[in-house]
Design a protein around this ligand. Structure first.
Ligand code: HXC
Ligand code: NAP
Length: 284
């Protein structure tokens, strides 16, 4: 979508950048000339992604193991990133944990593990990057990956829903508070995009046969990673310099489709509409 070098001069930290959507965003940012830092818990996964993306793009990338729940480990990633590139000016809070379960089956620890990765992980990275940016007077950009149930809520993924709602509120709150430091804050809310991490935990095979997630999407297809990477690149670029505090949905119309009172009438075959019209027309 963009010209080469559109992100030249940007150094971006992508949490959870070794896999899935984080990896796809990372690859496109590199293709556009940005320097990348990726982190997650598994160094071997990061090493494989670093090698693959260096070979594919010829760009700059380092991978540093870090649990985003632990501020000291986040500080280490930031320090190593600055040491490598001189400066960091972008953050994508993408790391997450999630699984489906009836809420009453969850232990307090099961709530903790998801909320800590998603919410605490996002505010740890945001806070520690923000302190550095404010102290060094570096204009910067935060992009948070949330979901559409950040505002609708959702059963069966309640720890994730409450944590993502918190991340959306963090996005909007800091868009207001930190704009004076030239720090922007935006979010993307994706619908289903096939990744091993999400689909294995949220749409397991047996269940997918009964409840096909495609039935909920009016465009009748999943998102393509490059489509999300395009949007992320726009929000991380100077083209979006006046966009601040926004959440952009990229879900093929999914949440609106399922929220609409009468959208289910989609199921009525066109030949039935003559009969229905007769019943409805002229009713006083
Ligand atoms: C009930 C469960 C459970 C399950 C784990 N727990 N899985 N409870 N049902 N299916 C409980 C455990 O019993 C334990 O509590 C507690 O949760 C912690 O589990 P651990 O396995 O010890 O945690 P850990 O090894 O840190 O693994 C974290 C994880 C794992 C979140 C559970 O799935 C993970 O590492 N995920 C990272 C990647 C990921 O989830 N990606 C998907 C993001 S998709 P007790 O009390 O028993 O000790 C996404 C998309 C949203 O967010 C929108 C889609 C449209
Ligand atoms: P994914 O591949 O499982 O990505 C999650 C990443 O987070 C992994 O790389 C994981 O690596 C990392 N991570 C987990 N816990 C961590 C921790 N404590 N510290 C550091 N890193 C940690 O799944 P994905 O589908 O690409 O999800 C990426 C983002 O998109 C998430 O925010 C998710 O909520 C969001 N999203 C996805 C979809 C979708 O359909 N795919 C839809 C809506 C929103 P380690 O396990 O090695 O740490």
């Amino acid at each position: 979508m963009f010209k080469d070098n559109e992100l030249k001069g940007k150094t971006i930290l992508v949490t959870g950048g070794g896999t899935g959507l984080g990896k796809s965003m990372t690859k496109y940012f590199m293709e556009l000339g940005a320097n990348l830092i990726i982190c997650s818990r598994k160094q071997d996964v990061l090493d494989a992604t670093v090698k693959e993306l260096q070979e594919a793009t010829g760009g700059n990338i380092i991978g540093i193991a870090c649990d985003v729940r632990k501020p000291i480990e986040v500080e280490n990633v930031i320090a190593k990133g600055i040491e490598e590139y001189g400066e960091i000016n972008g953050l994508v809070n993408n790391a997450a944990g999630n699984f489906i379960s009836p809420t009453e089956r969850l232990s307090p620890k099961a709530f903790d593990v998801i909320v800590d990765i998603v919410l605490k992980g996002s505010y740890n990275c945001t806070l520690l990057m923000g302190k550095y940016w404010i102290e060094k007077k570096i204009p910067a950009n935060i992009l948070n990956i949330v979901t559409t149930y950040s505002w609708t809520g959702s059963g069966f993924v309640v720890p994730s829903a409450i944590a993502k709602a918190g991340v959306l509120t963090l996005t909007r709150s800091l868009a207001a508070e930190w704009a004076k430091y030239k720090i922007r804050s935006n979010a993307i809310a994706p619908g289903p995009f096939p990744t091993q991490g999400a689909f294995s935990r949220l749409f397991p095979e047996g269940l997918k046969e009964k409840l096909d997630p495609l039935n909920r999407i009016p465009l009748k297809r999943y998102g393509v990673h490059q489509e999300l990477a395009n949007l992320a690149a726009y929000l991380m670029s100077d083209f979006s310099a006046y966009v601040n505090g926004e959440v952009v949905t990229i879900d093929g119309g999914e949440w609106i489709y399922n929220a609409g009172e009468f959208t289910g009438l989609d199921a009525i075959p066109s030949e039935m509409w003559d009969m229905i019209e007769k019943q409805v027309r002229g009713k006083k």
